[in-house]
Write a protein that binds this ligand. Structure first.
Ligand code: TPP
Ligand code: MG
Length: 931
């Protein structure tokens, strides 16, 4: 039976027998023990000398009897087992908590007694074969080295990493330095300066605005030297741009001291000045959610761009957004090694342990379409979440355990030892740069006051807060240390703080007359953009015919020697026919033509979603797979010379993280068409936080635009409750102040134009597209190539397509949106009705008032029906009903109020029975045309 080397829990007391037992088995048959044990024993018994001989020689007793040599071997094995236990679990007894709340720590696997040693063995010399840099050492020395290395103010978890190179790198660094720090005087003073600034700013705010919410950093000021170190180390290793994401805790201090946001501006925000330069723009947000950016000059003349991403109060929701921004920035500057732009994410301990988005974001970290070269995660582990203690808020020992899912090294550090923090932060930054992987820095600290400045923490944690009340600040402790070490005179320390206070007083005075600069949302890559105008929003989306043909043919071509699947060959052949004949373009060809033409114009397209390469409905076939060798061929990357890149990604099976990521991407790069696609539309509700807090409200809160497209399959086709509805009603309910566009198109041409329109205007707006399923192959849902050509554009409302007998006398106008249109038209034909007009509302929001008015006025004597497939409490009705009524009130028509036709109010979006579905569908079509 193989046994895991890491798991020593069964060793206590009997470990020596156990090792002997294993060793005996190994000697009889090496394969009978676990490979890790094989490696272990092989290492120890390298030829030509066996371990016993070498050990005996090393401890100065060559030529011992076989029994004695065996005893020495056993001793060495036990010591080596113990050393390994310290590497794995030393952090469990490290001095991490500044408050020392856990009391004495003991772990049996770290106790020599468990390995059969007693006090009498402490001064005996053991052979350890070069481990810890020693051939031999006394047990006392070995323990001292181990405790210094693994159980001091830094506790490191790295033995879970399965990559030998990474593990060795960390082990060498940690054991090589024994985690001791040796800083020059000027570095020590810089560390102190960071603490002065952090403590000084927070206490200044407390004096000037007592009780105002600021989520102070007090108790975790070491975050500031940690960030400074990460920035400096990363910059020295080639980073030019860092994107930050962080929660409320200490944000104001980070914004000012790290991001160089002017103190006067923050003070002005406290006085109640609008955070937005022009009050008329946007709703604004509370000060501890705002972002900022700056260029900082570092020692040695290096420059680095820093940007803090604005975020909502939903903890951890900003994580994927930050990563998406980083990826976009890397793409824009051609940073293929992913070293020039990086991300730092800060977290609270409770949120990091509790929020699923943390795990989802880790999940993205090594994926081809999403990797960003590693994120440095910093946990401000103040050992509390609002009023909840860790033991009630997580099932794992540390908040950081989730990081192990991607084998991130986890460095725990005591926040009251700023030098250890700096040392740990440097190692984290170097690791990320070296291995391009995520790393977690877990700063153990405390929260000096309540959750916010109005909260009383003693209601819930009286003992902890009594301890905190008597606990000196990190700055005080470090000052005392520097004074004791002769680095600083006591007076100097006071003077430094006084100088900083004087600086803040000056800023405070200046804040009274502070007027913010112009809004910064149209800078950098966004230069030349503007707020969306009221009208003229169509954009020039048509493409010359010759270009369409050329691109379309390239799109339907295949490379030579490509072993293509029979059905894909037919798919390509059909597409070719569509382009050659200019007739019968289907949905997926409309989409491919939109992408291809944009690519040809130099605009990259990034489509990420659930099985998006092929397409959930086997409709897209963006990527062809050679049937012999599985090589990929992406036709969209072969449509024109000098074209931009098309990236299509089958995403991780997450909604929130992936959608957040794509939103972030769209924030950084307005010139890429960024699309996220759900498998079925309703799955988007797993990303509701991203939709609510970023996509629909981000522009208003933070003056940041996004041209993100969400593709959400929607339509009632008898596939049951979840696969029918993308919950159109939710998006429409969230529409306000021109924040998003919601559309449900019925023709490939209109889809082509609405996608192209995303990049052919001087502003960006998220587009929520209800996309079809049955219409993907519907014989009527086709367009001509010329519908994409000169003179064409997107139509928010599609007029009656048939010839009616006498429009002015039509008795009814049926308004609808999406797939039900084709059901209605087919039934109207079957019944040979010629006095009912059917109009399609292709864009629901912003409501197309003018185009709809133009169409409705053609039918002055008709009554008006809104027909939808969805139940009455869902779909567009509650949004569109009142709007149509308002419109009719101002038109010269008979009907003044639309009538509802559709499914009755329901709890579940659709029936699970196909038969029932067909019956319901027939009824609503019949009602629309008769009742
Ligand atoms: C998703 C979410 N749920 C609840 C809250 C309310 N809330 C704000 S801060 C906080 C405690 C967070 O604790 P922690 O992550 O440890 O950060 P700390 O405040 O201790 O720095 C809670 C529950 C929130 N902001 N976001
Ligand atoms: Mg906390």
């Amino acid at each position: 039976m193989a046994t895991r080397l890491d798991d020593l829990s069964f060793l206590s007391g009997t470990n020596s027998e156990f090792i002997e037992y294993l060793y005996a088995r190994y000697s009889a048959d090496p394969a009978s023990v676990d490979p890790s044990w094989q490696e272990f024993f092989t290492d120890l018994s390298r030829e030509p000398e066996g371990l016993g001989d070498r050990a005996a020689a090393a401890v100065g007793a060559p030529g011992l009897s076989e029994d004695d040599a065996r005893a020495i071997t056993r001793d060495s094995l036990r010591v080596l087992m113990m050393i390994r236990a310290y590497r794995v679990r030393g952090h469990l007894i490290a001095a991490l908590d500044p408050l020392g709340l856990e009391g004495d720590k003991h772990h049996p696997e770290l106790d020599p007694v468990s390995y059969g040693f007693s006090d009498a063995d402490y001064d005996r010399v053991f052979f350890i074969d070069g481990v810890l840099g020693q051939q031999t050492a006394t047990l006392r020395d070995i323990l001292s080295i181990l405790q210094q290395t693994y159980c001091g103010k830094i506790g490191i978890e790295f033995m879970h990493i399965q990559y030998p190179e990474e593990k060795a790198w960390i082990q060498e660094r940690v054991e090589g330095t024994r985690n001791r720090t040796h800083f020059a005087k000027h570095t020590k003073l810089e560390i102190l300066r960071s603490l002065d600034v952090a403590e000084g700013f927070e206490s200044f705010l407390q004096v000037k605005h007592p009780g105002t919410k600021r989520f102070s950093l007090e108790g975790s000021e070491s975050l500031i030297p940690a960030l400074e170190t990460i920035i400096e180390t990363s910059a020295a290793l080639g980073t030019e741009d860092i994107v930050f994401g962080m929660p409320h805790r200490g944000r104001l201090t980070v914004l000012t001291s790290i991001m160089a946001k002017p103190y006067r501006q923050v003070f002005a925000e406290f006085h109640g000045e609008s955070s937005n330069p022009e009050d008329v723009q946007g709703s604004g947000d509370v000060k501890y959610h705002l972002g900022t950016s700056s260029d900082r000059e570092l020692p040695h003349g290096r420059k680095i761009h820093l940007s803090m991403t604005a975020n909502p109060s939903h903890l951890e929701a900003v994580n994927p957004v930050v990563l998406g921004k980083v990826r976009a920035k890397q793409a824009m500057i051609g940073d293929t090694k992913r070293q020039r732009v990086m991300s730092i994410l800060m977290h609270g301990d409770a949120a990091f342990a509790g929020q699923g988005l943390v795990a989802e974001t880790f999940g993205l970290s090594q994926l081809r379409g999403y990797r960003t070269g590693g994120t440095i995660h910093v946990i401000v582990n103040n050992q509390i979440g609002f009023t909840t203690s860790p033991k009630h808020s997580r099932s794992s020992p540390y908040p950081s355990d989730v990081g192990k899912m991607v084998q991130a090294p986890i460095i725990h550090v005591n926040g009251d030892d700023p030098e250890a923090v700096v040392h740990a932060a440097r190692m984290a930054a170097e690791y990320r740069c070296h291995f391009s992987r995520d790393v977690v820095l877990d700063i153990f600290c405390y929260r000096r006051y309540g959750h916010n400045e109005g909260d009383e923490p003693a209601f819930t944690q009286p003992l902890m807060y009594r301890k905190i009340a008597d606990h000196p600040t990190t700055r005080q402790l470090y000052t005392e240390r520097l004074v004791a070490d002769g680095v600083l005179a006591p007076k100097e320390a006071d003077q430094r703080l006084a100088d900083f206070h004087a600086e803040l007083e000056g800023e405070f005075e200046a804040s009274k007359s502070f007027r913010p600069n112009k809004a910064d949302w149209f800078e950098g890559k966004w230069q030349g953009f503007e707020r969306a105008p009221e009208s003229e929003r169509r954009g020039a989306t048509s493409v010359p015919m010759a270009r369409l043909k050329e691109i379309g043919l390239a799109l339907s071509a295949l490379p030579e020697d490509f072993d293509i699947h029979r059905k894909i060959a037919r798919f390509q052949g059909n597409r070719r026919k569509m382009i050659e004949s200019g007739e019968g373009l289907d949905w997926s060809t409309g989409e491919a033509m939109a992408f291809a033409t944009l690519l040809g114009e130099g605009c990259p397209v990034r489509l990420s979603g659930q099985d998006s390469g092929r397409g959930t409905f086997s409709q897209r076939h963006s990527v062809h797979i050679d049937q012999t060798n599985e090589k990929r061929y992406v036709p969209l990357n072969h449509v024109a010379e000098d074209q931009a890149h098309y990236e299509v990604i089958d995403s991780m099976l997450s909604e929130a993280a992936v959608l957040g990521y794509e939103y972030g991407y769209s924030l950084a790069d307005p010139d890429t068409l960024v699309l996220w696609e759900g498998q079925f539309g309703d799955f988007a509700n797993g990303a509701q936080t991203i939709i609510d807090q970023f996509i629909t409200s981000g522009e208003s809160k933070w003056l940041r635009m996004s041209g993100l497209v969400m593709l959400l399959p929607h339509g009632y086709e008898g596939q049951g409750p979840e696969h029918s509805s993308a919950r159109l009603e939710r998006f429409l309910q969230m529409f306000g102040e021109d924040n998003i566009q919601v559309a449900n198109c019925t023709t490939p041409a209109n889809y082509f134009h609405i996608l192209r329109r995303q990049l052919h205007r001087k502003f960006r707006k998220p587009l929520i597209m209800m996309t079809p399923k049955s219409l993907l192959r519907h014989k009527r849902a086709v367009s001509r190539l010329s519908d994409l050509g000169p003179g064409t554009s997107f139509h928010r409302v599609l007029p009656e397509a048939a010839e009616l007998a006498a429009p002015a006398k039509a008795r009814r106008v049926v308004l609808c949106s999406g797939k039900v249109y084709y059901d209605l038209v087919e039934e109207r034909e079957r019944r040979e009705i010629d006095d009912i007009a059917i109009l399609r509302v292709e864009q629901l929001a912003p409501f197309p008032k003018r185009s709809l008015a133009t169409e409705l006025e053609k039918y002055p004597s008709a009554d008006v029906v809104w027909c939808q497939e969805e139940p009455k409490n869902m779909g567009a009705w509650t949004f569109i009903g009142p709007r149509i009524e308002d419109l009719l009130a101002n038109l010269d028509v008979r009907c003044k109020r639309p009538t509802y036709v559709g499914r009755i109010e329901a709890a579940s979006p659709a029936t699970g029975s196909n038969k029932k579905h067909v019956r319901e569908q027939a009824k609503l079509v019949n009602d629309a045309l008769t009742v």
